[in-house]
Design a protein. Structure first.
Ligand code: G6P
Length: 613
C-alpha cells in the first residue's frame, strides 16, 4: 500500500528519498513522486509506474535540496497516473503533501473549498486535504503546523501525511491517524517513513508516531509532538531490532524465495526462549501474564485477513483440539461490520503480519469496545495492532518483504500452536504424553523444513509443466484444509492462475465437475490425519483423468503411485503437518510464477500492508 518517506538534515535528500521509496516498493504501488525544497523553489516530480520511472523522469531536473518528501501511491481515489500521484500541490503551489489512507469526507470538503474558489486537478482525496490546509492557513493567518492541526480536526478518515512549504526549508510537518508513521532520529537529521525499512540503514533510533499525533521536524532542533487536540507529548525513542541485511535479497533472485528458505531459522527464532525441548516446556510471556483470561474464556474469536486468516484456521483446530475452547475464525472485514455478538468473557485473538491491516485494527477496536480481552499475534514490532491490544506475542519472523506471505505464516502457525498447547496444559485438556511429544516435535520442525527445501530444484523442474493451467484445485482435510486454502492463495497471488482450496471431501459437492485432464489438483495426503479418506478422494480425481500433484509423507507408496508428481515431507505430529506441508506449496507457487515471468515479489494490484478498508 502507499508508502511515505521524508528527510530533513545536512545530506542531499534526493538519493535518500529514492532509496527509501525503493525499500518501500514491497508494499505494492502504481505511481511515485517526490517534492524537494531547493532555495526558493519547491520542486515536485511524479511518474506513473515504478520508482525507476520517477528516477528517469527526474533526470536532468533540479534534484537539489536537503529537505524533501516522497511517496509511492496505491490507487484508491482516481486511476494510477501522473496527475493523481503524490505529492499534491496546494492551489498556490506553496505547499506539497503526501498522504497514506483515505479522507472519507473529501467530497463534502471539496464542495466547500470550491465555493472559496479552489479548483482541483486530480481525482484524489489527498488534493482536497492540501487545499484545505492552505485555505485554513491563509484564512486564519497561522503557520503550517497550526494549519495542519486545524485541518485534521475537520477530516474524517485515516491518514499518515507529511507536508512541506515553499520558502520554509527547515520544517516538515507530519501526522497520523490509523496509518503508520515512524521518525528516524539521526545526528542533526530526521527521517520519516510509513515503516522502518527506509530508515534502518541510517539509524536504529526511532519514534513511532501515535494516533492523532502531529510531529514537527525542524532542522537542527528537537522534534515536537502534539495531538490534534493540542496536547504536548514527549517523543519516546525506541531501538530498532531490524537489520539492513534482512532487507536485502542475500544472493536470492527474489525476496519470496529468500523468505521461503529462511523458514528453518525464522521458526527457530519464533520458538527461541519459548519452546524448551530439554525441559519439555513452552513459555509464552503474553500467555503467562494473562493466564486467567485464557482459562476463563468461554469462547475465542480469531480475527484476521488473507494469509493470517488461514493461520487462524489452523489455530482454531489446535485450540479446539488441545484446549477444548470453541473458536470462531472471522474475516476482520466482515466481523467489524456485521454486528457480531461479543461478550466480556470472549477472548479475541487478532493476527496480522504487518500489524497495520485497517480491517483487523478496526476489529480490535470493536472487540475492545465490547469489553473483550484482545491478544495480538503480529510480526512487525511496534505496529498499530500490537499497540492497541491488551497483550500479545510477536512472531519474530523478521521483516517480510515479498508480498505473498510465507515465513510470517509459518511463524503465526507456530505461535498459535504454542498457545494452544499452553492453554491445554493449564486446563489439563491435553494429556501430558501428547503435550511432551508435540513439544519435542516442535523442536524438530526447523530441521525437517531444511530437508523439504532440498527438493526445491525438482519442484522448480516440474513446475514448468503447469504454466499452461488456467485453474488449480487444492485439497486437504483436517489441519491440511487451511493448508490447501493457503496453497491456492499463494498460487493465485503471484502467478495469476485461478486456484481454489477445498476440504477434500467437499470436492464431490461442486469442484469435481471441473476435473478433466487439463485440471491440476494438488492434494495434501500426509499420513497423519484421514489418510485413507484422502486416498479415496484421489481415486475420484484419477477416475476423471485429473492431474495430481501430491504432498505425501516420506515412505508413502500408494498416493505416490497415483500421482503425476509428488513431494514428500518428513512425518510429524498431525497438528504440526501444516508447518511442513506449506513449504512445498510455497515453492510450487513460486516456481510456476517465475516460469510465467511474473513479478513475484510485487504481484499486480496487491499490497503488502492493506492500510485502507
Ligand atoms: C495483504 C497481503 C497478504 C496478507 C494480508 C493480511 O493482502 O498481501 O499477504 O496476508 O494483507 O495482512 P496482515 O499484515 O494483517 O497479516
Amino acid at each position: 500500500m502507499c508508502g511515505i518517506v521524508g528527510y530533513i538534515g545536512n545530506q542531499q535528500a534526493y538519493p535518500i528519498l529514492i532509496k527509501g521509496l525503493q525499500r518501500l516498493e514491497y508494499r505494492g504501488y502504481d505511481s511515485a513522486g517526490i517534492a524537494l525544497i531547493h532555495g526558493e523553489k519547491l520542486n515536485v516530480y511524479k511518474a506513473k509506474g515504478k520508482v525507476s520511472d520517477l528516477v528517469s523522469f527526474a533526470e536532468q531536473k533540479d534534484i537539489e535540496g536537503t529537505i524533501g518528501i516522497a511517496h509511492t501511491r496505491w490507487a484508491t481515489h482516481g486511476e494510477p497516473n501522473q496527475v493523481n500521484a503524490h505529492p499534491h500541490f496546494s492551489q498556490s503551489e506553496e505547499l506539497a503533501l503526501i498522504h497514506n489512507g483515505i479522507i472519507e469526507n473529501y467530497a463534502l470538503l471539496k464542495e466547500g473549498l470550491k465555493e472559496h474558489g479552489y479548483t482541483f486537478s486530480s481525482d484524489t482525496d489527498t488534493e482536497v486535504l492540501i487545499q484545505l490546509i492552505e485555505y485554513i492557513k491563509k484564512s486564519n493567518k497561522v503557520n503550517l503546523a497550526q494549519a495542519v492541526q486545524l485541518a485534521l480536526n475537520e477530516v474524517v478518515g485515516a491518514y499518515a501525511i507529511a507536508v512541506i512549504e515553499k520558502g520554509q526549508p527547515d520544517i516538515i510537518v507530519a501526522a497520523r491517524k490509523g496509518s503508520p508513521l515512524v521518525v528516524g532520529v539521526g545526528d542533526d537529521e530526521f527521517f520519516l517513513a510509513s515503516d522502518a525499512t527506509p530508515i534502518v540503514e541510517f539509524t536504529n533510533r526511532v519514534v513511532y508516531i501515535g494516533e492523532e499525533e502531529i510531529v514537527v521536524l525542524r532542522r537542527n532542533k528537537e522534534m515536537r509532538i502534539k495531538t490534534i487536540s493540542n496536547i504536548e507529548k514527549t517523543p519516546e525513542i525506541k531501538e530498532l531490532e531490524m537489520t539492513l541485511s534482512q532487507l536485502e535479497k542475500g544472493g536470492f533472485p527474489h525476496f519470496m524465495i529468500k523468505e521461503i528458505f529462511e523458514q528453518p531459522k525464522t521458526l527457530s527464532d519464533s520458538m527461541r526462549g519459548r519452546v524448551n525441548v530439554e525441559e519439555n516446556n513452552i513459555k509464552l510471556a503474553g500467555f503467562i501474564d494473562n493466564k486467567e483470561k485464557f482459562l476463563k474464556a468461554k469462547r475465542i474469536i480469531i480475527t484476521a485477513c488473507g494469509t493470517s486468516w488461514h493461520a487462524g484456521l489452523i489455530g482454531k483446530y489446535a485450540i479446539e483440539e488441545f484446549a477444548r475452547i470453541p473458536v470462531e475464525v472471522e474475516y476482520s472485514s466482515e466481523f467489524r461490520y456485521r454486528k457480531p455478538v461479543i461478550n466480556p468473557d470472549d477472548l479475541v485473538i487478532a493476527i496480522s503480519q504487518s500489524g497495520e491491516t485497517a480491517d483487523t485494527l478496526a476489529a480490535v477496536e470493536l472487540a475492545k469496545e465490547n469489553g473483550a480481552f484482545i491478544f495480538g499475534i503480529c510480526n512487525v514490532v511496534g505496529a498499530s495492532i500490537p499497540r492497541n491490544t491488551h497483550s500479545g506475542c510477536y512472531t519474530h519472523a523478521g521483516p517480510e518483504i515479498g508480498v505473498a506471505s510465507t515465513k510470517a505464516f509459518t511463524a503465526q502457525v507456530t505461535v498459535l500452536t504454542m498457545l494452544a498447547l499452553m492453554i491445554g496444559k493449564e486446563k489439563a485438556t491435553i494429556t501430558e504424553e501428547l503435550y511432551l511429544k508435540i513439544v519435542h516435535e516442535l523442536g524438530q520442525i526447523p530441521a525437517k523444513i531444511t530437508e523439504i527445501l532440498k527438493q526445491d530444484a525438482r519442484i522448480a523442474e516440474f513446475a514448468k509443466t503447469f504454466t499452461y493451467a488456467q485453474n488449480f484445485i487444492y485439497l486437504g482435510r483436517g489441519y491440511n484444509f487451511p493448508v490447501a486454502l493457503e496453497g491456492a492463495l499463494k498460487l493465485k497471488e503471484i502467478s495469476y492462475i485461478h486456484a481454489e482450496g477445498y476440504p477434500a471431501a467437499e470436492m464431490k459437492h461442486g469442484p469435481i465437475a471441473l476435473i478433466s485432464q487439463e485440471m491440476p489438483v494438488v492434494v495434501i495426503a500426509t499420513s497423519a490425519g484421514m489418510y485413507e479418506k484422502v486416498v479415496s478422494n484421489i481415486q475420484e480425481i484419477k477416475a476423471r483423468k485429473g492431474r495430481i500433484i501430491s504432498v505425501v509423507t516420506d515412505g508413502d507408496v500408494v498416493v505416490k503411485n497415483l500421482s503425476d508428481y509428488s513431494i514428500s515431507i518428513p512425518d510429524t505430529e498431525e497438528c504440526l503437518v501444516p508447518l511442513l506441508a506449506s513449504i512445498p506449496l510455497q515453492l510450487l507457487a513460486y516456481h510456476i510464477a517465475v516460469v510465467k515471468g511474473c513479478n513475484v515479489d510485487q504481484p499486480r494490484n496487491l499490497a503488502k500492508s492493506v492500510t485502507v478498508e
